[in-house]
Design a protein around this ligand. Sequence first.
Ligand code: AMP
Length: 288
Amino acid sequence: MAAMWTAGTVEQLRTERSAMKGSVAFVPTMGALHRGHLALVHAARQAADHIIVSIFVNPAQFAPDEDYESYPRQIEADLAACREAAVDGVFCPPVEQMYPPNIPECTINVPSMAHVLEGEIRPTHFAGVCRVVAKLLNMVRPDVAVFGQKDYQQLKIIEAMVADLAMPVRIVGMPTCREEDGLAMSSRNAYLDTPQRQHARGLYKALLEAKRLVEEDGETDPEAVETAMEQVMMAHHVEPQYAVIRHPHTLAELDCIEPALTGGVVALIAGHLGETRLIDNMLLAEAG
Ligand code: AMP
């Protein structure tokens, strides 16, 4: 098998991409790769002949007071993990390659979904995500792009962007990979100290409580489930930022939980452990 290539410029990427025969699956990441990312790579392998991974900590999706500077960066270990996973090539551009200073900026907005939940707390976040994902898709020209349900709202927004702008790519969403105690894998888990790491399991426990209430007790009142999730988070010293039940496709609020009508519901939560902010979600009462 050919050695894995790395490309640091758009030009190098385009040259490598043009030489690839067969279908290509793309996995965009911000690096600090963990088992969750590698599960996306595995799905990519099932979906196409070749795999391209990008590693780019995207400044456009961080607000000035967020963790752009301190976000974990470990490019050599990430490249080794990609090589090990038989990735064909890695695109790891510097910021000036993605955002050349002389090009006027474009904005992509998905107004129905980008300003609630994460978008309410991080008002510029999804514009930054859509901009970088659209650019990466145009640069890589994949047949398939793989994203994690871990970032559920992001996945729904990207699906909407690709559908409405008729982008020629198939989006695949993969289930969340978890640690043994249920904590969703995240590059940001590295920020947690030992007691916080213990407490962080409260996020998953809150989602399991929502699942129990909806699927076993048949609870139909979203507020009752939301309150229960907050209580579980607080009992584990996780300070809730939101804990909500929403429509699984539109993220709209629901008056009543009626899984048969909506094809299930999604529970979405965000909370703080000290300075560290974690998010998680779970699909409940899915059909089928
Ligand atoms: P990030 O590097 O955090 O931007 O994530 C890159 C991709 O990996 C996104 O599509 C994420 O949703 C996905 N991802 C992150 N954590 C997980 C996880 N625990 N399980 C599955 N996918 C994940």
